[in-house]
Design a protein around this ligand. Sequence first.
Ligand SMILES: [Zn+2]
Length: 130
Amino acid sequence: MSYVVQLFSGPQDDVEEVETEFYDEVTLIDAGDNTTGITCSNCSGDIHVGWFFDLIEEKGEAFGNLDFEVPCCETVVALDSLRFDWPVGFARFEICAMNPSRAKYELDDEELAEVAELVGHPVTQILAHY
Ligand SMILES: [Zn+2]
């Protein structure tokens, strides 16, 4: 966490808040309004985002099992295999920087590799907008 905090430390207070959270079950780390398109990993068909949001509404954001039947080809696929136009995550650990500001607010590949090294697990960056 202190590594991520220092990435955003500058002359001003460059991040509103950095927090970490552990989840009991694999949990959706969503991209908020950024998600506008989903493509099926099985048939490459388009999946309306409404289907995904309805699923979350029904199941909540904690998933014991990521396998669901998709509407396009009526095949059971893992949610984390679907291709989202903006990446979303399915994770049991999250480190979240709220309202960060710096020249380039995303972490670059080197910084992400450093975070993965510190956490001891591969990481995915989710850029969320609400
Ligand atoms: Zn499909």
